[in-house]
Write a protein that binds this ligand. Structure first.
Ligand SMILES: [Zn+2]
Length: 272
């Protein structure tokens, strides 16, 4: 399958960038890999979570390396607190450092939005879907974490609706990328998950394949894309990375491939 992101190497640290975002000099962004950090064991090596049994020193060193690669100060980073919900927070320069360099009052937040420069949004992943959003007209950015629950809740669409309320974003202007995450090649789910999708989506045949025996292959990329198109995001403005974390778990953390014991990669997005 065609991979739609660009792989970059900075001092042996590997990270992905999105070509449609690289066209805008107003943003700095990346999706990290597991290559190029200092963590060991299950977190080998570029783990960016403080909650996966790693030491805070190593995680901070990993962030430092990523910030060097992106040429942004570590002080700019603001970390989400993901709980597979659909709560969204608009952050500002006052939130810089929270969750990484200092204690945070950001709780149970799966999506971050900002319209301020030098505020670097950070969300964490190991199979769940990262949704990168840029409104280049109003200069607003957002990052949303969508596992199957966030996908059911249409968190990406809710984020853009919030951008519309707060900053007059028009969905037609939005540039979106669905980053590396578990693909329909690997993501088998049972009936309980499908029942939830049936409550909120009408077109399951477009992203669910039945395998019989109450087992299904679920395409989270397509489900998220459909939810975004439903509110007016243009199909041509949505990049789907086509990079499956489980298939590529030699270079990416995968919760399923590593049977729950694994580190986390980050999606990072900043206006400059
Ligand atoms: Zn796969």
């Amino acid at each position: 399958m065609l991979k739609n992101l660009k792989m970059n190497d900075y001092n042996h640290l590997c990270y992905f960038t999105i070509p449609s975002f690289e066209e805008y000099i107003s943003v700095t962004h990346c999706f990290t890999s597991r290559i190029g950090g200092v963590s060991d064991g299950d977190n080998t090596s570029l783990n960016l979570s403080f909650k996966t049994g790693d030491t805070a020193e190593k995680v901070r060193e990993n962030y430092e390396r990523v910030c060097n690669a992106l040429n942004i100060p570590m002080e700019n980073l603001v970390l989400s607190d993901q709980v597979h919900g659909d709560r969204i927070k608009i952050v500002s320069s006052e939130d810089r450092g929270k969750g990484i360099l200092m204690n945070s009052d950001i709780y149970e937040i799966d999506a971050l939005i900002t319209n301020e420069k030098n505020v670097a949004l950070v969300t964490l992943y190991a199979d769940c879907v990262p949704i990168f959003i840029l409104d280049p007209k109003r200069n607003v950015i957002a990052l949303a974490h969508a596992g199957w629950k966030g996908t059911v809740l249409k968190i990406g669409a809710k984020v853009i609706n919030r951008m519309k309320e707060e900053f007059s974003t028009d969905p037609k202007d939005c540039i979106v990328a669905i980053g590396p995450s578990i693909g329909n090649c690997c993501y088998e789910v049972d009936q309980i998950v499908i029942d939830e999708f049936n409550k909120y989506f009408t077109n399951l045949s477009k992203f669910v394949i039945s395998k019989g025996d109450n087992k299904y292959m679920l395409d989270l990329w397509k489900a998220n894309k459909l939810a975004l198109e439903e509110i007016g995001v243009l199909a041509r403005n949505i990049t789907v990375s086509n990079i499956c974390t489980q298939c590529n778990h030699d270079i990416l953390f995968s919760h399923r491939a590593d049977k729950g014991k694994t580190g986390r990669m980050a999606g990072i997005l900043q206006l400059r």
